[in-house]
Design a protein around this ligand. Structure first.
Ligand code: ATP
Length: 401
């Protein structure tokens, strides 16, 4: 198997790193990619404004998920866990033991490639791995690489592939950190990674999370979920705002609720239970074991406690999964927008779409009925609140009879 190994301080990881990793994976036809944030980089001092290792690890995980590669991309904390400087030769020894017989490729940019012979144990490094060097600017590969490639090949018998990035992303983490500390949002930073930085106030960003712009709120929310869920959250926002306009609800409330509604979707059962306990949310028997039912509750808590959302928004998030009897218009809007936003594609969704702009209650009732039928067909339990929501709307539709 061909395995790419891409290490760096990743402080923070940016589009330059991501473009390089992606291009190298394609060029070398890698079958697996390992991203390894350094603990203590041997080649340079960490900046004063540096983020802690665990944050750099988390941001690298976000980047790995957003690379959109068809091969497994793993983020390893082996260098962060190791004491002392993060020497590549030690990392390679470990990986060589873990992947005996596999072809290891070290990926690196210009600055690292040109100094490779000065690293600790270059002969060992170059016997354990091949090198893929990419230019950080257009001139690098043509002007700076040939001499170093020849030197490494002749001196150490290295295998070196030099690669141009088309186009290179000419940015460094140092520049990104400087821009962030001035309150700017660097375009070379992935939206979710920017959101992560805002949430933890890294690199001198000091935004009040309770008064964020829509752009920043989206970035924060997306930093909490997997890349594949983002189109759904965007679609839900678009639909909720459209419905708010039609049904006389403040579109800002609908937008906020939709942006945040799935922010805890990927939490573990333990994380959900811990937060529910903190907020005194008592879980019934079904909720105790159905992790899918809990993100609405914990999402509401986060919307309130972290992002300072008003009660109406938090309640809409709280009820968006099961629904409940006698929902407010905002609650109905989030429930149904989540169910039929433009990315949803299931049999019957067109019926919902035809109904929701003329009769919101009828659309919610149909959505609840479809959802109950689907759960029952699959043999899954149906939460009592969902049945009560359906029964309430049925009664209303029959003028209370
Ligand atoms: P800093 O500015 O903090 O020194 P950096 O931007 O150089 O950081 P590192 O995390 O030190 O980033 O880099 C890790 C690896 O990624 C190195 O091999 C480096 O050459 C490469 N690299 C960094 N930035 C780019 C970029 N814009 N394009 C291509 N490769 C890059």
């Amino acid at each position: 198997m061909r395995i790419g190994i891409y290490g760096g301080t990743f402080d923070p990881i940016h589009r330059g790193h991501m473009a390089a990793a992606k291009a190298a994976a394609q060029r070398l036809a890698l079958e697996r990619l390992l991203l390894i944030p350094a603990g203590v980089p041997p080649h340079k001092a960490l900046s004063n404004a540096s983020a802690e290792g665990m944050h750099r690890l988390e941001m690298t995980r976000l980047a790995a998920d957003r690379l959109d590669l068809s091969i497994p991309v793993d983020v390893l904390d082996i260098e962060l866990r190791r004491e002392g400087k993060s020497y590549t030769c030690e990392t390679l020894r470990t990986l060589h033991e873990q992947f005996p017989g596999d072809e290891l490729w070290l990926l690196m940019g210009t600055d690292m490639f040109l100094t490779l012979h000065q690293w600790r144990c270059p002969e060992e490094i170059l016997s354990l791995a091949r090198v893929c060097a990419f230019g950080r600017s257009t001139e690098d590969v043509k002007e700076l690489f040939p001499k170093q490639k020849q030197y490494l090949e002749e001196t150490y018998g290295a295998t070196v592939v030099a690669m141009e990035l088309n186009p290179p992303v000419e940015v460094s983490s140092t520049e990104i950190r400087a821009a962030l500390s001035e309150g700017k949002r660097p375009v070379e930073l992935d939206e979710s990674i920017y959101g992560y930085i805002l949430r933890f106030g890294l690199y001198g960003t000091n935004k009040d999370l309770k008064h964020l712009s829509w752009e920043d709120l989206r970035a924060c929310s997306y930093s909490m979920i997997r890349a594949k869920r983002i189109p759904h959250v965007r679609g839900c926002e678009e639909e909720a705002v459209r419905l708010a306009g039609i049904w006389g609800v403040d579109p800002d409330l609908a937008r906020a609720a939709a942006i945040l509604h799935d922010c805890t979707k990927y939490w573990t059962m333990e994380e959900h239970k811990a937060l529910c306990e903190t907020y005194g949310i008592v879980l019934d028997d079904l909720e105790q074991s159905a992790v899918k039912l809990l993100h609405s509750k914990t999402g509401a808590c986060i919307a309130y406690a972290v992002f300072g959302m008003p009660d109406s928004v938090c309640r809409a998030i709280y009820w968006h999964t099961t629904g409940k009897a006698d929902m407010t218009t905002l609650e109905k809007i989030l429930y149904i927008a989540d169910y039929m936003e433009p990315n949803r594609n299931f049999s019957g969704v067109e019926r919902l779409r035809a109904l929701v702009y003329t009769d919101l209650d009828a659309a919610c009732l149909l959505g609840l009925e479809m959802s109950i039928e689907d759960l029952e067909r699959r043999g899954n339990p149906v939460h009592q609140n969902t049945r009560e929501a359906r029964d309430f709307l049925r009664k209303e539709q029959n003028n209370g009879c």
